[in-house]
Design a protein around this ligand. Sequence first.
Ligand code: C2E
Ligand code: MG
Ligand code: MG
Ligand code: MG
Length: 279
Amino acid sequence: NVKANKGRRFEFYDKEINTLSIQKYELQNKLRNALSNQEFVLHYQPQMNMATNQIVGLEALIRWNSANGMVPPASFIAIAEESNLIIPLGEWVLENACEFGKKLATLGYQTPIAVNLSMLQFKSPYIGDLLQSILTKTNLPPELLELEITEGILMDNEDECESILSQFHAMGIQISIDDFGTGYSSLSYLKKFAVDKIKIDRSFIKGIPHYDNGTIAKVIIELAGNFNLQVIAEGVETPEQIDFLLKNNCHIAQGFYYAKPLDEDELLAFMEKSKRDNG
Ligand code: C2E
Ligand code: MG
Ligand code: MG
Ligand code: MG
């Protein structure tokens, strides 16, 4: 046994793994408690029509409002996925986002809300029933709900993915591909699957126009056009990026240039201001 022969080294390695799994286990417990203590919140980032400055959509983004401050999703989504906690957590996100979408609609803002769906949720045999029951319960018109999935989710078992996506579509829900261009999937799914929108990953927007001539962004915009898909640029931070995107036929953007993800009150203020500015 090679490992055993390494003696002390192996012991050390084993201990480290142990510490790691204890930390993970503790974080999983904390997340579970946080969920039952209602410590999660959704922030909403506006999606803008760059030509008209109108708000055309919102993305719901989860944060953990912990005793030690606001924790970003990068610090806990992966752990929640590993421990299956993403199922109840994702359910909480869907229900709260739909509830808020309905509230906005009641206030006169018919703005679609995009929710990120993780692989486990997408593949759950109950996802269709869950979505239907949340739409019924919150009374949100299904066309105001959009689900964001990554290319990775569509990689295995095409038939299964196709039937799940058609089910969403039959319910009237919109589908968008998040972080487009960063996955390894074949592009053939664009013609096979019921998809409405692609989101150009932030990494392809970042250098425009200085360190990068925007070649990949241009190709993605053209691809979207050929498949009759809407296209949205993620991570737009500068007026130069906006000029470039508009010139190249991409009209929708989400990024810090317009707004960071906002809490409900901040978002309402942003929407009111935007309505006033647009007359
Ligand atoms: P994402 O879905 O690609 O969300 C966009 C991320 O980009 C958000 O980070 C947003 O704050 C950030 N962003 C937007 N505009 C800009 C910009 O102009 N510059 C920069 N530097 N960043 C920008 P956030 O909120 O930290 O979320 C990170 C990721 O966590 C999300 O990426 C998504 O994959 C995941 N996530 C967030 N909420 C949920 C959720 O409810 N469920 C699941 N499964 N995943 C979630
Ligand atoms: Mg997203
Ligand atoms: Mg993204
Ligand atoms: Mg992402």
